[in-house]
Write a protein that binds this ligand. Structure first.
Ligand code: ADP
Length: 264
């Protein structure tokens, strides 16, 4: 290992002898640091909109001190900031639900085509607001799995493809057999992601361009939720991206999860 954290204890053994006990606490320390970082990040992310909100509240408290025309801007900004806090809390709860091992204990038959049709309706609505063309190509394949987790993974990937896309861009969502596995894929014509960021995308609160992405409404939690959701199905998120061209995010469910006619 690169570094090691050792906890050393000295214990009396006999009148003139001591016992030296060394314990490798590297993993415990790492987990503790992760927890501390997480708490610091959550506090920071919640504090930022709260500070803006409080600033505007102070301003509108005394209408005589509020410049004309500022009231509407202030109310709009307060709505935007409280919406941001709500989204962050919703995503934190979703992440915590996905991390809980007992989440939806049993695999059930998930009617993925029906689920994807619902997601298509949502995506078309979201895409319309940004003039993004949304294409879905859904094969009639059902799977065994956890519906909540699959919905969450698919929804987050589709939302990102729309959120980071240019106006007038395209997204293509497919659900199809690839060899013996079922593949879910979302391809977009957005800005793409530089290769040095790819390994860190699923870290909690990791954003490629923090300021710009916050403006777009991201929290930095979406892909960590996807990662957790996919762990319930023993599969991993894959990504391919080219700067200026777009990105493709996909995952393949193990063959055993497909519902075959025989089993169904
Ligand atoms: P966020 O809530 O900020 O979208 P995510 O965890 O979903 O957080 O994504 C992490 C970062 O990865 C985003 O902030 C964004 O910079 C980048 N990203 C994710 N999906 C895409 C995409 N389809 N195109 C370009 N960048 C993306």
């Amino acid at each position: 290992r690169d570094s090691l954290d050792i906890e050393i204890r000295v214990m009396p053994y006999s009148d003139d002898q001591y016992l030296l006990v060394a314990r490798d606490v590297t993993q415990i320390k790492q987990l503790d640091n992760l927890r501390k970082d997480f708490v610091a990040n959550v506090s920071h992310e919640l504090k930022t909109p709260l500070t803006v909100l409080q600033g505007y509240l102070e301003m509108v408290e005394d209408p005589s001190m509020t410049p004309p025309g500022m009231m509407t801007k202030a109310v709009g900004e307060m709505q935007r900031q409280s919406e941001r806090m709500r989204l962050l809390i919703d995503q934190l709860l979703e992440l915590s639900r996905m991390e809980t091992p007992s989440h939806d204990v049993f695999d059930r038959v998930v009617d993925a085509p029906v689920l994807l049709q619902q997601l298509q309706t949502e995506a078309e609505k979201l895409g319309k607001a940004k003039s993004i063309n949304v294409h879905f190509d859904i094969a009639p394949i059902k799977v065994y799995g956890k519906e909540d987790a699959l919905r969450s993974a698919m929804q987050n990937l589709i939302t990102n493809a729309i959120r980071y896309n240019h106006e007038g861009g395209d997204i293509r969502v497919t659900w199809q057999m690839v060899g013996s596995e079922v593949e879910f894929s979302v391809e977009d014509t957005g800005p793409g992601i530089a290769s040095e960021h790819l390994p860190r995308l699923t870290e909690r609160f990791y954003r490629v361009d923090k300021d710009r992405n916050s403006e777009r409404g991201g929290t930095g939690l979406g892909l960590s939720i996807v990662k957790q959701a996919l762990q319930h199905h023993n599969c991993e998120l894959q990504v391919n991206s080219a700067l200026g061209k777009g990105s493709r995010f996909w995952f393949r469910l193990p063959a055993g999860l497909r519902v075959t006619n025989k089993r169904h």
